[in-house]
Design a protein around this ligand. Structure first.
Ligand SMILES: *[C@@H]1O[C@H](CO)[C@@H](O)[C@H](O)[C@H]1NC(C)=O
Ligand SMILES: *[C@@H]1O[C@H](CO)[C@@H](O)[C@H](O)[C@H]1NC(C)=O
Length: 443
């Protein structure tokens, strides 16, 4: 299949070529046309000839040979909220089989799509767009190292579902667009992946469809809307999840019941002082009022920083980094061996084992110990809007974000032979061979 793909890509590149190519470029274009025409012979009926300035160009077009009809061919299927999708598990399984991807997980490791995003307009806060770029870079880095696909959305798929409600329509659409993914992993724009070595413990979540950071007794007994965090979650690509999101969205601004829900949430939940329905309160409400249906399939725990509160974390990051460096210095040169980035996961596993033995705390970090926090979430710092919650100082938010981003970036730059000159310093310096074996050579 490589030849038709190459021809198609040459042909489509030609479509955007400048209007007056130099004569050498024109030769190349004509040559590409020739290649496309030659390839056409093998493509059979699933291609069309398109007249172009320089002659006929073949574009392969999908047809019956590209697989049997699936849910995508159903004109009634809607990506938008408000139109129920039914029988999704069977439809998804049929799509996977028809594409030769086997059963539910296609036999291989469970595929994960990370979904994140930001508002359609430029940020209001000074430097907000640059900060969002750095938050995005951090996610791109993590996903590249871990074989996770990343979907960044900045469109409001349901215009009334602004701000924290905007994630529900895109997570739902991502499930339909990625039937190959077993999990969709929503990560708020203001969260930083601060342990590039940590992989999601998906095996632990096998009996569950939804994974949240939170305290079961805070949610189920104390009815607290801050007993969980809705800014980072994993949700299985299945009918249960689509039904759950329909119910969740029905408490949001797209619903005629929105105002009533605000009052119900204030009356039902503890610690909720306003009467506006928000995504996190609605999530807590659904779990505690229908525990058999929703709570039973929801993993709620704090066993590691699936999302960590930044104020607990940023003051410790420099000391955490120092402990990892010390562990590697002692850990033997095999651990420090330079390697290609694509070998990251093998070295990450070895490094985790070595660090686990000497640095207290769980893999992925937690409220106690000195392990790297998996996710540091800057709730309330509002990097795009520039207006942080008044309970936080400029130092803890602004320096905190830069410190966490730099902390993560050092782990990535390592495979390129560099690190930041210091925390909060954007300059980088080269790393010596066998870093960090010799303390003296590092400074
Ligand atoms: C959900 O409830 C069923 C029936 O009560 C129980 O057997 C099952 O273990 C529960 N699942 C989880 C993940 O708690
Ligand atoms: C950052 O580090 C570089 C290189 O060590 C140094 O020249 C520069 O002054 C530092 N910048 C700040 C803001 O500390």
């Amino acid at each position: 299949m490589a030849a038709p793909d190459a021809a198609a890509s040459a042909a489509s590149k030609k479509g955007v070529a400048p209007p007056r190519p130099s004569s050498r470029a024109r030769d190349a274009v004509v040559f590409a046309t020739g290649v496309a025409a030659a390839v056409l012979v093998f493509l059979g009926p699933a291609s069309i000839l398109v007249p172009e300035r320089t002659g006929l160009v073949a574009f392969p077009v999908p047809g019956p040979a590209d697989g049997p009809r699936t849910f995508y061919d159903d004109p009634d299927l809607s990506y938008a909220l408000g139109r129920r999708v039914t029988d999704w598990d069977a439809k998804r399984a049929q799509w996977l089989r028809s594409r030769g991807l086997g059963g539910r997980n296609g036999g291989g490791p469970e595929r994960v799509v990370m979904v994140t995003g930001s508002q359609p307009e430029p940020c209001k806060g000074a430097g907000g767009d640059h900060l969002l770029l750095r938050f995005l870079k951090n996610k791109v880095d993590y996903c590249r190292l871990h074989g996770i696909e990343l979907l960044y959305n900045n469109a409001l798929l349901e215009p009334s579902m602004l701000a924290f409600w905007a994630k529900i329509p895109i997570v739902r659409a991502a499930m339909l667009a990625h039937p190959e993914a077993e999990w969709v992993w929503w990560v708020d724009a203001d969260a930083v992946l601060t342990d590039m070595d940590f992989s999601l413990p998906l095996a632990r979540y096998r009996p569950y469809n939804l994974v949240l950071y939170g305290w079961p007794e805070e949610v189920y007994e104390k009815r607290s809307w801050v007993g969980l965090n809705a800014g980072v979650f994993l949700i299985r690509n299945c009918q249960w999840s689509l039904d759950f999101m329909d119910e969740w969205a029905s408490m949001g601004p797209a619903s005629p019941e929105y105002a009533r829900w605000g009052k119900t949430l204030r009356d039902t939940l503890s610690k909720k002082s306003d009467d506006q329905s928000d995504d996190q309160s609605a999530l807590a409400y659904l779990l505690l009022t229908n525990r058999e249906r929703w709570g039973n399939k929801t993993y709620l725990g704090i066993d590691y920083y699936f999302q960590g509160y930044f104020a607990e974390i940023v003051g410790k990051l420099d000391a955490v980094a120092a402990r990892y460096v010390a562990a590697e210095r002692k850990g033997g040169s095999a651990l420090r061996r330079r390697h290609a980035e694509r070998e990251h996961l093998r070295y990450a596993a070895a490094r985790n084992a070595a660090v686990r033995a000497v640095v207290p705390g769980p893999d992925g970090g937690g409220q106690s110990g000195w392990r790297r926090p998996f996710v540091t979430h800057f709730t309330g710092c509002n990097p795009c809007g520039g207006k942080r919650n008044k309970i936080y100082t400029r130092e803890i938010c602004e320096d905190g974000m830069r410190r966490a981003l730099g902390f993560a970036d050092d782990q990535v730059l390592r495979a390129y032979g560099f690190r930041h000159a210091a925390p909060l310093n954007d300059s980088v310096r080269p790393l010596p061979f066998d870093y960090p074996a010799a303390r003296a050579r590092n400074h």
